[in-house]
Ligand binder design. Structure first.
Ligand code: DAH
Length: 354
Protein backbone atom coordinates (compact mmCIF):
# COMPACT_ATOMS: atom_id res chain seq x y z
CA UNK A 1 0.00 0.00 0.00
CA UNK A 2 2.77 2.36 0.83
CA UNK A 3 4.28 1.70 -2.62
CA UNK A 4 0.96 2.39 -4.30
CA UNK A 5 0.59 5.59 -2.39
CA UNK A 6 4.10 6.82 -3.16
CA UNK A 7 3.75 5.90 -6.83
CA UNK A 8 0.44 7.74 -7.40
CA UNK A 9 1.21 10.79 -5.30
CA UNK A 10 4.41 11.14 -7.29
CA UNK A 11 2.74 10.65 -10.67
CA UNK A 12 -0.06 13.10 -9.80
CA UNK A 13 2.46 15.73 -8.73
CA UNK A 14 4.26 15.31 -12.04
CA UNK A 15 1.13 15.38 -14.25
CA UNK A 16 1.18 18.35 -16.63
CA UNK A 17 -2.35 18.25 -18.04
CA UNK A 18 -5.87 17.15 -17.27
CA UNK A 19 -5.78 14.16 -19.65
CA UNK A 20 -2.83 12.66 -17.77
CA UNK A 21 -4.66 13.21 -14.48
CA UNK A 22 -7.70 11.41 -15.82
CA UNK A 23 -5.53 8.47 -16.94
CA UNK A 24 -4.07 8.31 -13.43
CA UNK A 25 -7.51 8.38 -11.86
CA UNK A 26 -8.63 5.44 -14.00
CA UNK A 27 -5.38 3.54 -13.31
CA UNK A 28 -5.81 3.95 -9.53
CA UNK A 29 -9.49 4.32 -8.79
CA UNK A 30 -11.23 3.09 -11.95
CA UNK A 31 -13.12 -0.22 -11.99
CA UNK A 32 -9.95 -2.12 -12.73
CA UNK A 33 -7.68 0.40 -11.03
CA UNK A 34 -4.94 -0.73 -8.71
CA UNK A 35 -6.60 0.61 -5.56
CA UNK A 36 -9.97 -0.79 -6.57
CA UNK A 37 -8.44 -4.23 -7.13
CA UNK A 38 -6.94 -4.07 -3.65
CA UNK A 39 -10.33 -3.21 -2.22
CA UNK A 40 -11.78 -6.24 -3.91
CA UNK A 41 -9.22 -8.36 -2.08
CA UNK A 42 -10.76 -7.28 1.24
CA UNK A 43 -13.51 -9.90 0.85
CA UNK A 44 -11.00 -12.67 0.91
CA UNK A 45 -9.38 -11.46 4.12
CA UNK A 46 -10.02 -12.55 7.64
CA UNK A 47 -12.36 -10.21 9.54
CA UNK A 48 -9.42 -8.99 11.64
CA UNK A 49 -7.25 -8.17 8.62
CA UNK A 50 -10.18 -6.56 6.90
CA UNK A 51 -10.75 -4.32 9.88
CA UNK A 52 -7.19 -3.06 9.61
CA UNK A 53 -6.88 -2.93 5.83
CA UNK A 54 -10.39 -1.58 5.05
CA UNK A 55 -9.94 1.87 6.59
CA UNK A 56 -6.40 2.12 5.26
CA UNK A 57 -7.50 1.40 1.71
CA UNK A 58 -10.37 3.85 2.03
CA UNK A 59 -7.98 6.46 3.32
CA UNK A 60 -5.65 5.78 0.39
CA UNK A 61 -8.55 6.07 -2.07
CA UNK A 62 -9.55 9.40 -0.53
CA UNK A 63 -5.99 10.68 -0.50
CA UNK A 64 -5.45 9.88 -4.20
CA UNK A 65 -8.87 11.32 -5.05
CA UNK A 66 -8.13 14.60 -3.29
CA UNK A 67 -4.63 14.77 -4.72
CA UNK A 68 -6.09 14.48 -8.22
CA UNK A 69 -8.71 17.15 -7.46
CA UNK A 70 -6.11 19.49 -5.98
CA UNK A 71 -3.78 19.00 -8.93
CA UNK A 72 -6.66 19.57 -11.34
CA UNK A 73 -7.51 22.86 -9.65
CA UNK A 74 -3.86 23.90 -9.73
CA UNK A 75 -3.63 23.12 -13.46
CA UNK A 76 -6.81 25.15 -14.15
CA UNK A 77 -5.44 28.09 -12.18
CA UNK A 78 -2.19 27.93 -14.07
CA UNK A 79 -4.06 27.83 -17.38
CA UNK A 80 -6.12 30.83 -16.36
CA UNK A 81 -3.02 32.74 -15.26
CA UNK A 82 -1.39 31.98 -18.60
CA UNK A 83 -4.48 33.24 -20.44
CA UNK A 84 -4.68 36.39 -18.37
CA UNK A 85 -1.02 37.06 -19.02
CA UNK A 86 -1.46 36.51 -22.76
CA UNK A 87 -4.76 38.31 -23.29
CA UNK A 88 -4.20 41.59 -21.47
CA UNK A 89 -5.70 44.78 -22.69
CA UNK A 90 -4.31 48.27 -22.11
CA UNK A 91 -7.40 50.31 -21.30
CA UNK A 92 -5.29 53.45 -21.01
CA UNK A 93 -4.49 53.47 -24.75
CA UNK A 94 -6.23 56.27 -26.66
CA UNK A 95 -9.07 54.93 -28.81
CA UNK A 96 -8.57 54.60 -32.54
CA UNK A 97 -9.74 57.67 -34.43
CA UNK A 98 -13.19 57.04 -35.93
CA UNK A 99 -14.19 59.07 -38.95
CA UNK A 100 -17.28 61.08 -38.24
CA UNK A 101 -19.13 62.58 -41.16
CA UNK A 102 -20.29 66.20 -41.11
CA UNK A 103 -23.51 67.87 -42.10
CA UNK A 104 -23.03 69.85 -45.30
CA UNK A 105 -23.54 73.62 -44.90
CA UNK A 106 -26.39 73.48 -47.42
CA UNK A 107 -28.18 70.78 -45.41
CA UNK A 108 -27.51 72.71 -42.22
CA UNK A 109 -28.90 75.94 -43.65
CA UNK A 110 -31.95 74.15 -45.09
CA UNK A 111 -32.65 72.75 -41.61
CA UNK A 112 -32.23 76.21 -40.10
CA UNK A 113 -34.54 77.80 -42.68
CA UNK A 114 -37.15 75.10 -42.18
CA UNK A 115 -37.04 75.54 -38.38
CA UNK A 116 -37.46 79.31 -38.58
CA UNK A 117 -40.35 79.22 -41.03
CA UNK A 118 -41.98 76.35 -39.13
CA UNK A 119 -42.13 78.70 -36.14
CA UNK A 120 -44.08 81.14 -38.34
CA UNK A 121 -46.54 78.44 -39.42
CA UNK A 122 -45.01 77.41 -42.76
CA UNK A 123 -44.84 73.73 -43.68
CA UNK A 124 -42.54 72.16 -46.27
CA UNK A 125 -43.75 71.34 -49.80
CA UNK A 126 -41.96 69.50 -52.60
CA UNK A 127 -42.02 69.13 -56.35
CA UNK A 128 -40.09 67.22 -59.02
CA UNK A 129 -36.67 68.37 -60.23
CA UNK A 130 -37.52 67.39 -63.80
CA UNK A 131 -40.42 69.69 -64.72
CA UNK A 132 -42.70 70.29 -67.65
CA UNK A 133 -42.36 73.66 -69.30
CA UNK A 134 -45.90 74.36 -68.16
CA UNK A 135 -45.05 74.24 -64.46
CA UNK A 136 -41.61 75.80 -64.82
CA UNK A 137 -42.70 78.64 -67.14
CA UNK A 138 -46.22 79.05 -68.53
CA UNK A 139 -48.17 78.47 -65.33
CA UNK A 140 -45.92 81.07 -63.68
CA UNK A 141 -46.97 83.63 -66.27
CA UNK A 142 -43.78 83.21 -68.32
CA UNK A 143 -45.04 82.64 -71.89
CA UNK A 144 -42.85 81.13 -74.61
CA UNK A 145 -41.67 84.43 -76.03
CA UNK A 146 -40.90 85.94 -72.63
CA UNK A 147 -37.26 87.08 -72.19
CA UNK A 148 -37.19 85.48 -68.74
CA UNK A 149 -37.07 82.09 -70.45
CA UNK A 150 -33.96 82.97 -72.39
CA UNK A 151 -32.33 84.51 -69.30
CA UNK A 152 -32.69 81.38 -67.26
CA UNK A 153 -29.98 79.26 -68.97
CA UNK A 154 -32.36 76.32 -68.90
CA UNK A 155 -31.25 72.69 -69.19
CA UNK A 156 -33.61 70.92 -71.59
CA UNK A 157 -34.21 67.18 -71.51
CA UNK A 158 -33.95 65.27 -74.79
CA UNK A 159 -37.04 64.11 -76.68
CA UNK A 160 -37.06 61.10 -78.96
CA UNK A 161 -36.50 61.91 -82.60
CA UNK A 162 -39.75 63.03 -84.25
CA UNK A 163 -41.37 63.80 -80.86
CA UNK A 164 -42.19 67.47 -81.20
CA UNK A 165 -43.77 68.07 -77.81
CA UNK A 166 -41.93 70.72 -75.78
CA UNK A 167 -39.10 69.06 -73.85
CA UNK A 168 -39.10 68.71 -70.08
CA UNK A 169 -36.61 70.90 -68.26
CA UNK A 170 -34.48 70.66 -65.16
CA UNK A 171 -36.41 73.17 -63.10
CA UNK A 172 -34.68 76.53 -63.09
CA UNK A 173 -36.29 77.63 -59.82
CA UNK A 174 -38.47 76.32 -57.00
CA UNK A 175 -41.40 78.49 -58.11
CA UNK A 176 -43.22 75.62 -59.92
CA UNK A 177 -43.84 74.14 -56.46
CA UNK A 178 -46.23 77.10 -55.93
CA UNK A 179 -48.45 75.83 -58.74
CA UNK A 180 -48.21 72.17 -57.78
CA UNK A 181 -49.02 72.86 -54.16
CA UNK A 182 -51.99 75.13 -54.87
CA UNK A 183 -53.33 72.64 -57.44
CA UNK A 184 -53.16 69.80 -54.93
CA UNK A 185 -54.25 71.60 -51.75
CA UNK A 186 -55.89 74.88 -52.75
CA UNK A 187 -55.97 78.04 -50.65
CA UNK A 188 -55.34 79.13 -47.96
CA UNK A 189 -51.74 77.96 -47.71
CA UNK A 190 -48.44 78.76 -46.07
CA UNK A 191 -45.52 76.75 -47.39
CA UNK A 192 -41.83 76.84 -48.10
CA UNK A 193 -40.12 74.62 -50.66
CA UNK A 194 -36.35 74.28 -50.13
CA UNK A 195 -34.64 72.15 -52.78
CA UNK A 196 -32.36 71.80 -55.80
CA UNK A 197 -32.59 73.84 -58.98
CA UNK A 198 -30.51 73.88 -62.16
CA UNK A 199 -29.09 76.42 -64.58
CA UNK A 200 -26.30 76.24 -67.15
CA UNK A 201 -23.91 78.60 -65.41
CA UNK A 202 -20.52 78.16 -63.75
CA UNK A 203 -18.25 80.66 -61.97
CA UNK A 204 -17.29 81.71 -58.45
CA UNK A 205 -20.89 82.48 -57.52
CA UNK A 206 -22.77 80.13 -59.88
CA UNK A 207 -22.94 76.33 -60.15
CA UNK A 208 -25.16 74.36 -62.56
CA UNK A 209 -26.98 72.87 -59.58
CA UNK A 210 -27.82 75.06 -56.62
CA UNK A 211 -30.52 75.51 -54.00
CA UNK A 212 -33.46 77.80 -53.49
CA UNK A 213 -36.21 78.07 -50.96
CA UNK A 214 -39.56 79.15 -52.31
CA UNK A 215 -42.11 80.71 -49.98
CA UNK A 216 -45.84 81.06 -50.57
CA UNK A 217 -48.57 82.44 -48.32
CA UNK A 218 -52.10 82.71 -49.70
CA UNK A 219 -55.16 83.84 -47.77
CA UNK A 220 -57.93 86.42 -48.00
CA UNK A 221 -56.18 89.35 -46.38
CA UNK A 222 -52.46 88.89 -46.92
CA UNK A 223 -50.61 92.07 -47.86
CA UNK A 224 -47.13 93.25 -48.73
CA UNK A 225 -46.75 94.30 -45.08
CA UNK A 226 -47.00 90.64 -44.06
CA UNK A 227 -44.31 89.78 -46.63
CA UNK A 228 -42.02 92.45 -45.22
CA UNK A 229 -42.47 91.29 -41.64
CA UNK A 230 -41.95 87.62 -42.45
CA UNK A 231 -38.75 88.30 -44.40
CA UNK A 232 -37.34 90.64 -41.76
CA UNK A 233 -38.17 88.20 -39.00
CA UNK A 234 -36.55 85.43 -40.99
CA UNK A 235 -33.33 87.36 -41.64
CA UNK A 236 -32.98 88.54 -38.05
CA UNK A 237 -33.33 85.00 -36.76
CA UNK A 238 -31.29 83.33 -39.47
CA UNK A 239 -28.30 85.66 -39.29
CA UNK A 240 -28.64 86.06 -35.51
CA UNK A 241 -28.26 89.82 -35.87
CA UNK A 242 -30.87 92.12 -34.29
CA UNK A 243 -29.84 95.20 -36.29
CA UNK A 244 -30.41 93.51 -39.63
CA UNK A 245 -31.81 95.96 -42.18
CA UNK A 246 -33.55 95.05 -45.41
CA UNK A 247 -34.24 97.24 -48.45
CA UNK A 248 -37.21 96.43 -50.67
CA UNK A 249 -36.32 97.52 -54.19
CA UNK A 250 -39.01 97.64 -56.89
CA UNK A 251 -38.30 94.98 -59.48
CA UNK A 252 -40.05 92.76 -61.98
CA UNK A 253 -40.92 89.07 -62.03
CA UNK A 254 -43.59 87.66 -64.33
CA UNK A 255 -45.20 85.73 -61.46
CA UNK A 256 -45.58 88.62 -59.00
CA UNK A 257 -47.16 92.07 -59.15
CA UNK A 258 -45.87 94.19 -57.56
CA UNK A 259 -42.42 92.64 -57.30
CA UNK A 260 -39.52 93.51 -55.04
CA UNK A 261 -35.95 92.42 -54.79
CA UNK A 262 -34.66 92.51 -51.26
CA UNK A 263 -31.18 93.67 -50.31
CA UNK A 264 -29.48 93.37 -46.94
CA UNK A 265 -27.36 96.18 -45.46
CA UNK A 266 -23.72 95.21 -45.18
CA UNK A 267 -20.19 96.52 -45.02
CA UNK A 268 -17.09 95.27 -46.82
CA UNK A 269 -14.67 97.26 -44.69
CA UNK A 270 -11.22 95.70 -44.44
CA UNK A 271 -12.24 93.07 -46.94
CA UNK A 272 -14.54 91.27 -44.52
CA UNK A 273 -18.27 91.23 -44.90
CA UNK A 274 -20.40 92.43 -41.99
CA UNK A 275 -24.18 92.31 -42.07
CA UNK A 276 -26.41 94.89 -40.42
CA UNK A 277 -23.97 97.82 -40.78
CA UNK A 278 -22.15 99.82 -43.47
CA UNK A 279 -23.22 101.51 -46.69
CA UNK A 280 -23.40 98.57 -49.07
CA UNK A 281 -26.42 96.52 -50.04
CA UNK A 282 -26.40 92.93 -51.14
CA UNK A 283 -29.28 91.30 -52.95
CA UNK A 284 -30.52 88.16 -51.21
CA UNK A 285 -33.94 87.35 -52.61
CA UNK A 286 -36.83 88.06 -54.98
CA UNK A 287 -40.40 88.45 -53.85
CA UNK A 288 -43.77 90.02 -54.49
CA UNK A 289 -47.55 89.65 -54.41
CA UNK A 290 -48.57 86.56 -56.39
CA UNK A 291 -49.81 87.52 -59.88
CA UNK A 292 -53.54 86.82 -60.44
CA UNK A 293 -52.64 84.77 -63.55
CA UNK A 294 -50.53 82.45 -61.40
CA UNK A 295 -53.40 81.88 -58.96
CA UNK A 296 -55.78 81.28 -61.85
CA UNK A 297 -53.37 78.82 -63.50
CA UNK A 298 -53.25 76.89 -60.23
CA UNK A 299 -57.07 76.79 -59.97
CA UNK A 300 -57.33 79.43 -57.26
CA UNK A 301 -59.78 82.34 -57.66
CA UNK A 302 -57.81 85.63 -57.57
CA UNK A 303 -61.04 87.51 -56.76
CA UNK A 304 -61.09 85.72 -53.40
CA UNK A 305 -57.48 84.89 -52.60
CA UNK A 306 -54.23 86.80 -52.59
CA UNK A 307 -50.84 86.51 -51.05
CA UNK A 308 -47.10 86.80 -51.33
CA UNK A 309 -44.27 84.65 -52.64
CA UNK A 310 -40.51 84.79 -52.37
CA UNK A 311 -37.48 82.92 -53.61
CA UNK A 312 -34.19 82.88 -51.73
CA UNK A 313 -30.84 81.40 -52.79
CA UNK A 314 -29.91 78.93 -50.05
CA UNK A 315 -26.26 78.58 -51.03
CA UNK A 316 -25.89 82.36 -50.98
CA UNK A 317 -27.32 82.43 -47.44
CA UNK A 318 -24.88 79.73 -46.35
CA UNK A 319 -21.93 81.64 -47.85
CA UNK A 320 -23.00 84.83 -46.07
CA UNK A 321 -23.68 83.30 -42.68
CA UNK A 322 -20.68 80.99 -42.49
CA UNK A 323 -18.13 83.05 -44.43
CA UNK A 324 -17.63 80.63 -47.31
CA UNK A 325 -16.03 82.49 -50.24
CA UNK A 326 -16.43 80.17 -53.25
CA UNK A 327 -19.72 78.52 -54.17
CA UNK A 328 -18.08 75.91 -56.39
CA UNK A 329 -16.37 74.30 -53.38
CA UNK A 330 -19.82 73.40 -52.00
CA UNK A 331 -20.13 70.65 -54.56
CA UNK A 332 -16.53 69.45 -54.99
CA UNK A 333 -16.88 66.80 -52.24
CA UNK A 334 -13.41 67.66 -50.95
CA UNK A 335 -13.19 65.92 -47.56
CA UNK A 336 -10.93 68.62 -46.08
CA UNK A 337 -13.47 71.28 -47.03
CA UNK A 338 -16.36 69.21 -45.72
CA UNK A 339 -14.61 68.67 -42.38
CA UNK A 340 -13.82 72.36 -42.08
CA UNK A 341 -17.18 73.82 -43.07
CA UNK A 342 -19.40 70.87 -42.09
CA UNK A 343 -21.45 70.71 -38.91
CA UNK A 344 -21.70 68.20 -36.09
CA UNK A 345 -25.01 66.42 -35.61
CA UNK A 346 -25.92 68.42 -32.50
CA UNK A 347 -24.87 71.85 -33.73
CA UNK A 348 -27.96 74.02 -33.82
CA UNK A 349 -27.74 77.83 -33.75
CA UNK A 350 -28.61 79.05 -30.27
CA UNK A 351 -31.49 81.31 -31.31
CA UNK A 352 -33.70 78.44 -32.30
CA UNK A 353 -32.22 75.41 -30.58
CA UNK A 354 -35.11 73.22 -29.41
N1 DAH B 1 -38.06 82.28 -59.11
C1 DAH B 1 -37.20 83.42 -58.98
C2 DAH B 1 -35.80 83.06 -59.46
O1 DAH B 1 -35.48 81.93 -59.54
C3 DAH B 1 -37.12 83.89 -57.57
C4 DAH B 1 -38.40 84.45 -57.10
C5 DAH B 1 -38.69 85.80 -57.24
C6 DAH B 1 -39.35 83.62 -56.50
C7 DAH B 1 -39.86 86.33 -56.80
C8 DAH B 1 -40.54 84.15 -56.06
C9 DAH B 1 -40.79 85.52 -56.22
O2 DAH B 1 -41.48 83.40 -55.49
O3 DAH B 1 -41.97 86.05 -55.77
O4 DAH B 1 -35.02 83.89 -59.71
Amino acid sequence: MEDLRAKYIDLIAGASDEATLEDLRVAALGKKGEVSLQMRELGKMSPEDRQVMGPKLNALKDEIGSAIAAKKAALENAALDARLAAEWLDVTLPSRPTRTGTIHPVSQVMDEITAIFADMGFSVAEGPQIETDWYNFDALNIPGHHPARAEMDTFYMARAEGDNRPPHVLRTHTSPVQIRHLEAHGAPCRIIAPDRVYRADYDQTHTPMFHQVEGLAIDKDISMANLKWVLEEFCRTFFEIDEIELRFRASHFPFTEPSAEVDIRCSWEGGTLKLGEGDSWMEILGSGMVHPNVLRNAGVDPEVWQGFAFGIGIDRLAMLKYGIPDLRAFFDSDLRWLRHFGFGAGQVPTRYAG
